[in-house]
Structures are given as structure tokens and as C-alpha cells.
Design a protein around this ligand. Structure first.
Ligand code: NAD
Length: 293
């Protein structure tokens, strides 16, 4: 029995090979697997800080499409609502919340509001961050205020939002999923003034492994995706320069920069039962860029 795609299915079918039950049993196994669809998120509740942004709004829509109820969080309720409205229009259950997730009290408030509205919290996808292209300085002169801003935006936001979410997941007793957004820059230097950003994304990758180790005992998995350039407003000022973009694309084996839809499949995997035995992993979503290094 060679043509089966899951170890579970293979073992079960191998034990039946030669028996006249094979056809019937194989059918039952396949139906059970399909009905269980481990990539669905029905009944789960997700919170997406930065859900009003380019990547965050795609994440929120994808989580909703997979069946989750979603709290979209951004700096203002209006920005969150702009991302929530199309989800609601498509029939999703969604809540729009304004908050500054670099503030502990705001993080407590959005988690409490999500649990109050939807009854539980299972998933956090941390989409606040970035800023790299706005503060490019030579490493030896990197200014302290720019450094602190990048750390606030990327590390403090992820830290505080995740702490509040994980306390709620622990209280719920059903485990949970944390998905962070790192970057290929966590592992690749770039000769373009990125000191603070590479350090901040390195911290996100390290925290992903640390939290995975600490929170496994609560059934909470922690993973990260590490994209290369994704075609979004944050990096438009860089990618709008044809020479810069050509240089970037020439280093990516798949020959293009990413789109937000390139990230959502991995996000659903990491947020669902499909990744039950996967934690502490940083998945490059980079068209093969890091494979070349
Ligand atoms: N765009 C890329 O090329 C790229 C590549 C690799 C990694 N990333 C990472 O992906 C993440 C999302 O990037 P993006 O391109 O969608 O950025 P974005 O600016 O479009 O989205 C970020 C969102 O976070 C919100 N936000 C900022 N500070 C906040 C705060 N304190 N509280 C609440 N909300 C806040 C912003 O208003 C914005 O809506 C970032 O961590 C970024 O570093 C992006």
C-alpha cells in the first residue's frame, strides 16, 4: 500500500491489505480524514493585533475564511473596522478594536473584550511591526531613538499582546496557538542600514523558540513566519525603485517578491490542528532566498 499520504492512513491500510474489507475501510478512513479537516478553525477564536495593516488584514480574512471568529485590533477602531467590514460582509463573525499594543492596559482590554464577545481565545497572530525602511542608518551611528522605536513597534508590541493572550489561553485550559511575524532579516544581514530591524526580528525569532519551550506544557504552540519582501505599503518606497526591486528579485529563486496571500496558507497551518506537533519553528516564506545563502 504505497500510494497513501498520511502515516496514520498508511498504517491502517497496510494492516488491511489483502482483506476484502480494504475498499470499504479505505473509504471510511478517507471520509474521516476529510471530515476532520485539520486545517479548519471552526469554533476557534483569534485575535490579530495589527489586523488593520496589509499583512494583518489578509491574516484576519484568512482566519475567518477557515472558520474562526476574529478580533481585529489596530491603533484606531476605524482602522480595525476597515479590515473587519469586508469579513463581516462575507458572513464572518468579527470584532473591531482600537488599541495601542505597546501598552499593557490596552492589551488586557482587547483580550478581555475578545473573550467577553466570543467566549474564549485560542489564537493570536501578531502583525504589528515593521518600520525598517523608515529608519535606515549606518550601524556605527544608529541613533538610539530610532533603535527604541523599532524595538517598541516590533518586540514590545508582540511581547505585551502575546502575554495577555497567553494568560487567557491558560485560563481557558484548551491550549492555543501563537504565530509571530519575523523576517528573513532575522538571519540575513543587509548592507542598507537595517541594524535595529534585524535585531528586533532576531528577538522575535528567539522569543518564538523560548515561548514554544515554556508554553508547551499548556498545550500552546508558538511558531513564526519569516517573509522576504512582501508587496505592501510599508515597503513600497523601497520596491518603487526599479533598480532596488530588480536587485531583490534577482536574489529570489522564484523570481518575484511575495504577496500577502503567500503568507496565509502557512498561517492557517500554524494556527490549526494541522500543526499539532509543530512548535518553535520559523518558516521562511521567501521564494527560496534563504536557500541560496
Ligand atoms: N511588508 C513586508 O515586506 C514584510 C516583510 C517581512 C516581515 N514583515 C512584517 O510583517 C508585519 C506586518 O507588516 P505590514 O507590511 O502588514 O505592515 P503594516 O504597517 O501594513 O501593518 C502594521 C499594522 O500595525 C498597526 N500598528 C502599529 N503599531 C501599533 C500598535 N502599537 N498597536 C496596534 N496596532 C499598531 C498599524 O497601524 C498597521 O495597521 C510586521 O511585523 C513586518 O515587520 C513585513
Amino acid at each position: 500500500m504505497e500510494d497513501c499520504h498520511s502515516p496514520f492512513t498508511c498504517a491502517r491500510l497496510n494492516s488491511l491489505e489483502g482483506s476484502d474489507q480494504v475498499g470499504q475501510e479505505a473509504g471510511r478512513v478517507v471520509v474521516a480524514l476529510v471530515q476532520r479537516d485539520p486545517g479548519r478553525l471552526d469554533g476557534r477564536v483569534a485575535i490579530v493585533p495589527g489586523g488593520g495593516g496589509a499583512i494583518g488584514s489578509a491574516m484576519a480574512a484568512a482566519l475567518s475564511g477557515a472558520g474562526a471568529k476574529v478580533a481585529v485590533v489596530d491603533m484606531t477602531e476605524e482602522r480595525a473596522e476597515a479590515a473587519a467590514a469586508p469579513i463581516r460582509a462575507a458572513g464572518g463573525e468579527v470584532l473591531a478594536l482600537g488599541a495601542d499594543v505597546t501598552k499593557e492596559e490596552d492589551c488586557e482590554r482587547i483580550v478581555a473584550a475578545t473573550v467577553e464577545r466570543f467566549g474564549r481565545l485560542d489564537i493570536i497572530v501578531n502583525c504589528v511591526g515593521g518600520g525598517a525602511g523608515k529608519v535606515l542608518f549606518d550601524a556605527e551611528d544608529y541613533p538610539r531613538d530610532a533603535w527604541d522605536w523599532i524595538y517598541e513597534l516590533n518586540v514590545r508590541s508582540t511581547l505585551l499582546a502575546t502575554q495577555a493572550a497567553v494568560r487567557a489561553m491558560k485560563a481557558g485550559g484548551r491550549g492555543g496557538r501563537v504565530l509571530n511575524i519575523s523576517s528573513v532579516r532575522a538571519s540575513l544581514g543587509i548592507n542598507a542600514g537595517y541594524s535595529a530591524y534585524v535585531a528586533a526580528k532576531g528577538a522575535i525569532s528567539s522569543l518564538t523558540r523560548q515561548w514554544a519551550t515554556e508554553w508547551a506544557k499548556h498545550g500552546i504552540t508558538v511558531n513564526a513566519i519569516a517573509p522576504t519582501f512582501v508587496d505592501t505599503p510599508q515597503v513600497a518606497m523601497l520596491l518603487d525603485d526599479p533598480a532596488f526591486k530588480a536587485g531583490v528579485v534577482s536574489r529570489i529563486p522564484l523570481g518575484r517578491v511575495g504577496g500577502t496571500s503567500d503568507l496565509t496558507g502557512a498561517a492557517i497551518f500554524f494556527c490549526s490542528d494541522a500543526s499539532s506537533f509543530v512548535t518553535g519553528q520559523i518558516l521562511g516564506i521567501d521564494g527560496g532566498l534563504t536557500a541560496t545563502q
